[in-house]
Design a protein around this ligand. Structure first.
Ligand SMILES: NC(=O)c1ccc[n+]([C@@H]2O[C@H](COP(=O)([O-])OP(=O)(O)OC[C@H]3O[C@@H](n4cnc5c(N)ncnc54)[C@H](OP(=O)(O)O)[C@@H]3O)[C@@H](O)[C@H]2O)c1
Length: 308
């Protein structure tokens, strides 16, 4: 992006209205104008197809030196019109860190905050959820998902109560383990869900066998965790130049290749790459903009990675 393009882009984003209380009623038209591929996500309306994940990277900053890059990351993410941030009570102090930084930056209302509940019984789960509200310093959480299918039915029922009471905007489930896929698909068949989250990456495509088609069939929005396989894809491609076909989709980095592959799946998922640096925000959100690969190019991308 040239300097002038960037200025126009940021100016378009600065025109986005802010809605108090949730990231809802977001200006889909303005996001589209800024070139993002978006999808509707309850309760927010349209959100860009790339967000941020906070596992490990936000778990335990101590000094201002540790906090500064995280603060700059979030500020940049908001500046560029990013919305979805995924966290969990089990990611060390990540919820508390997010709450502190979004409060300092005054940006809570511009973000879609997704967290999880991961507990073996409802009493424990309820206490954990209350801690999430306190740690995130908000009275409204956009999405709470049952983490890795722990006590799923009880937690989903309670989360629906919270949704009806207006304390949360959406309920969902997550997994990142193939052995849970059958049970996960069963919950998708049985329970009404506002969102699911599953692992999927260019070199880890099992979710595309059943989970993603089912989500598409039932029109359930999807978030994708481990989009880089925790960095595995960067190791696999280290030192390699981008193939010519990367230019066909405007990808200028391997990260953009990997993310464009994910978000071009027909279920139109939202990837949530772990992101703790401004340059990663620019790179990863850049993948949500512009051309996405068609089916033929998706097959070529798969053949490329399988051939390494
Ligand atoms: N069951 C579940 O619900 C579940 C399970 C797992 C994850 N998750 C969620 O999914 C999110 C994503 O997973 P993850 O963070 O573990 O793994 P990931 O997104 O696959 O990989 C993140 C790593 O990729 C590198 N990276 C990020 N952007 C980059 C860029 N533009 N260029 C080069 N390298 C880049 C960074 O590594 P370096 O720091 O080494 O540079 C970063 O730590 C988590 O943060 C979490 O929110 C949910």
């Amino acid at each position: 992006m040239t300097h002038l393009d960037r200025r126009r882009f940021v100016a378009a984003l600065a025109a986005l209205p802010v809605v108090a209380g949730c990231a809802g009623a977001l200006p889909g038209a303005a996001l589209a104008q800024a070139g993002y591929n978006t999808r509707p996500l309850r309760p927010a309306g349209e959100v860009p197809l790339v967000g941020i994940g906070t596992a490990r990277l936000y778990q335990d900053p101590q000094t201002e030196e540790d906090y500064a890059p995280l603060r700059a990351t979030l500020a940049r993410f908001v500046e560029l019109g990013g919305k979805v941030i995924d966290t969990a009570p089990s990611y060390g102090r990540a919820e508390e860190v997010l709450g502190r930084l979004t409060n300092e930056l005054g940006v809570r209302d511009r973000l879609y905050l997704a967290t999880k509940v991961g507990a073996d019984n409802l009493d424990e789960g309820k206490a954990q959820i209350e801690r999430s509200f306190a740690n995130l310093r908000t009275d409204f959480i956009d999405l709470i998902a049952v983490h890795n299918l722990r006590d799923t039915a009880n937690h989903l029922a309670y989360l629906r109560e919270l949704r009806e009471a207006g304390r949360i905007g959406a309920v969902g489930i997550t997994t990142s383990f193939d052995p849970q896929y059958d049970e996960f698909a069963g919950v998708m068949e049985r329970e009404p869900l506002d969102c699911i989250q599953v692992d999927y990456a260019l070199d880890n495509r099992n979710a595309a066998d059943r989970i993603l088609p089912l989500a598409r069939e039932k029109n359930i929005p999807v978030m994708i965790n481990l989009p880089f396989g925790r960095g595995r894809l960067f190791q696999a491609t280290q030192g390699r130049p981008l193939p010519d076909w990367a230019g066909e989709i405007g990808a200028t980095s391997w990260a953009q290749v990997f993310l464009k592959y994910i978000i071009s799946h027909p279920s139109r998922p939202i990837a949530i790459p772990g992101t703790d640096q401004v340059r990663y925000v620019d790179d990863n959100l850049g993948a949500a903009r512009g051309t996405l690969p068609d089916e033929a190019l998706r097959r070529r991308m798969e053949q490329f990675i399988d051939g390494l």
